[in-house]
Design a protein around this ligand. Sequence first.
Ligand SMILES: C[S@@+](CC[C@H](N)C(=O)[O-])C[C@H]1O[C@@H](n2cnc3c(N)ncnc32)[C@H](O)[C@@H]1O
Length: 452
Amino acid sequence: MGAGSIALATPADPQEETVLTPAARCAAAIEVLADIAGRRRPAADALKDWGLNHRFAGSGDRGGIASLVYDALRRRSSAAWIMGDDSPRAVLLGSLRLQQGLAAPSIAALFNGEGFAPEKLAENEGRRLSEGNLADAPPHVAGDVPEWVLPQLEAILGDELLPELKALARRAPLDIRVNALKGDREAAMPGLAHHGAAPTPHAPMGLRVPIGADGRGPALHVEPEFLDGWYEIQDEGSQLAAMMSGARKGETVVDLCAGGGGKTLALAALTGNGGRLVATDDDPRRLAPIHERLRRSGANAEVRTPRGGRMRTDVLGDLDGHVDRVLVDAPCTGTGTWRRNPDAKWRLRPGSLAARVAEQATVLDRAGSLVRPGGRITYVTCSLLPAENDDAVAGFLARGGGAFAVVPAREVADAHAPGLAEALRFTAHGLQMSPARTGTDGFYVATLTRAG
Ligand SMILES: C[S@@+](CC[C@H](N)C(=O)[O-])C[C@H]1O[C@@H](n2cnc3c(N)ncnc32)[C@H](O)[C@@H]1O
């Protein structure tokens, strides 16, 4: 068995239980990929069902199978291209070659038809694995994205399209944000030393934890320091976006799309709990985890949960025209997070992009009425698509008829994330982080100020 297949067998956590051979995990991954394709369902649901139907499998097995499935989804179209076949088996084979770097003989050792292993590698499959390449593949195939989004990605990424798409198809790092309300990064590091945590390149409270050979990180959420609120799991790009809000002590800050509270916690830490922080979200179910997270981290925020159907945004009526800063962490397609959610890219449809664009206009307009003269809106998406970024901002500016102006993005970056500007891509109204440039998820940030 080749060295690469040993990596397939190694659980991220040595305590994890494994009963399946690496070959049997490949067979299971093919089954799950077939379920995802056949029933057009999210990968997480298909993986959960597989686990329920195969209770004998250990936690290490389930994690290893998930890694194989996610890697295959990351490289779905390029894997199919080199294999000349888009079946789940071919996609898994191609991804073992492209994503895990296994050579044909190592793959043949896994696909040997014995016991619970997948059927023996056919001659044609072996040849494709040895000779298939992406030299003539069109950019959407080589870059593993749906063809219809390519023009939008090209518009933002230009000459760096392919390197960026390749970076977007790699595994994401595991980043954490040390909670400044508990202590500084240096104080948190010893508790994470056994996981090899090291400072992230840009965010001052960020730590990056190496992921295992199978693409999974350690189970940080069971560590005592996590349970004591010393850190949160948060991509470095998300940390930087929260910092660029510039929230300060003494200010009234609204986190309008707070969801589970990832950025609310970061905002509370930024102000040292020294401001009035109000968090809400259109969807009460999304807000649910925020209470426990606030408690754990010692962050103060007033959570306003909407009730009563269509009266949702009224929970902020008393703040209209009085807010210093509104963070709009807008609902979006999440194209910038495809490293983490690779199945989302294959499920994205033009209709869902149009729906998100309409929601973005709604949240921006709501933010516009909250902010006081001279106050600011920080508009954030985890998308790379201009339709959700600069175009959304342009639409808001046009609807406001001069009430709002853009704060130059370079000025914002220099003030709140010194040194980051060199890596950023500046756009007409904002800035874009991306996996190849900043090593983060693809976050967009624009800052808008209301005329005083
Ligand atoms: C990107 S997510 C927020 C993630 C969250 N800020 C975090 O850091 O964990 C976008 C959120 O916007 C919410 N949303 C959508 N439309 C909204 C609206 N009209 N008003 C407020 N929130 C809305 C969604 O429910 C979703 O939770």
